[in-house]
Design a protein around this ligand. Structure first.
Ligand code: NCD
Ligand code: ZN
Length: 349
């Protein structure tokens, strides 16, 4: 470990976040806006955000949930379906209602039933996105019952993503929340048009966290954590400074009742501890000097946006951040991601 005790970096952005709606939105939003300037807001609501008008209405609900003095900026994403109108995408991107579109293979994850079954059905939309420079965000897992869940990312790259990338080589693509060395290698094998987000939890846990010593539902998310060699590949990519890898927390709030169940749902709430976890990971890798690239520079660069001007300070002190206290959310309790190491780095107020 280094003897650096303080780090000043540009204010971070979160390039993959679930805020939900209504009471849950109100409860979780302050944890994001306390640390992050902007976030890419996932559109998997019920019903999903499928038109630019839906995105604009959702952005207004988020802005209404923010205190007036808060300058947090939600960046809205369209949920691609086989009915998405390419001209709605063009118009919504031009007027700033949407900044990206998300591809969910139908059935791949929470609220993805309305997603895409046949990728070629959205080619006309991808054509327009390539033309206007709008990024495609991808949930990169196949849904075929015969494919082992631990192989679904690698098989998606092989069967679908490499085909889309070859067909639309000018399209900006973000592989969201990569969990494998296959994801890292795919990004590196492409030119600068392909990037990936990485979550704090996938930098810290492997699949043992979820399965050893009893089923641990608070470590279950999609894509599921893989074996240790993959985690190490993610740490190497995230801490390397390579501009194609950046932070997406994939913070995905679910009440404990929905997770601690016979059919527990996928998703980990982590935004309140994300920067503390990342500082620890980068410090342990001897790469604290690259933390700002990962949290505050690479993502903005890929999306063609300016980096934030505001600065934040991270301080390493003797006392630990407490993650044992559950949050009160919408009449229930919600567990905060526990990386199972002392969180000594904190964002200075
Ligand atoms: C996300 C959710 O709950 O919306 N869950 C998750 O495990 N990551 C959906 C997603 O991003 O796949
Ligand atoms: Zn997500």
């Amino acid at each position: 470990m280094s003897d650096i005790k303080q780090l000043r970096i540009r204010q971070p952005d979160d390039w993959h976040l679930h805020l939900r709606d209504g009471n849950v939105l109100e409860a979780v939003l302050p944890y994001t806006s306390a640390h992050f300037a902007r976030a890419i807001i996932m559109p998997n609501l019920v019903p999903p955000v499928v038109t630019s008008a839906d995105a604009s209405a959702y952005r207004q609900r988020i802005n209404r949930a923010l205190p007036e003095t808060d300058t947090f900026q939600p960046l809205m994403v369209l949920y691609l379906t086989e009915q998405t109108d390419p001209e709605d995408v063009r118009a919504g991107y031009a007027n700033g209602d949407i900044v990206a579109a998300k591809l969910y293979p139908a059935g791949a994850t929470t609220n993805s039933a309305a997603g895409v079954k046949n990728i070629e059905a959205v080619y006309p939309v991808l054509e327009v996105m390539q033309e206007i420079g709008m990024p495609l965000l991808v949930h990169g897992e196949v849904v075929d019952a015969e494919i082992d869940i631990f192989d679904r990312e690698a098989v998606f790259i092989e069967r679908t993503l490499s085909r889309v990338q070859a067909r639309f080589s000018g399209l900006k693509i973000v592989m969201e929340h990569i969990t494998t060395s296959d994801g890292v290698e795919f990004v590196k094998s492409c030119d600068r048009n392909v990037a990936a987000t990485i979550t704090p939890h996938h930098l810290v846990i492997n699949r043992n966290a979820m399965l050893v010593g009893g089923i641990q539902p608070h470590y279950y998310c999609l894509p599921v954590a893989k074996r240790e060699t993959h985690r190490l590949a993610l740490v190497e990519a995230a801490t390397s400074g390579d501009s194609r890898f950046f932070l997406g927390t994939d913070s995905a709030p679910h009440l404990d009742g929905a997770k601690e169940s016979a059919c527990g749902c996928a998703g980990i709430f982590n935004v309140s501890v994300t920067l503390s976890v990342l500082a620890h990971v980068f410090e342990a890798a001897g790469k604290l000097e690259n933390l700002e690239r990962f949290t505050s520079l690479n993502g903005a660069g890929f999306y063609g946006m300016a980096a934030n001007e505001e600065m934040i300070t991270l301080v390493k002190a003797g006392d630990e951040l407490d993650v044992s206290e559950k949050l009160d959310v919408a009449g229930g309790k919600m567990t905060i991601f526990d990386p199972k190491f002392p969180l000594l780095w904190k964002v200075k107020a």
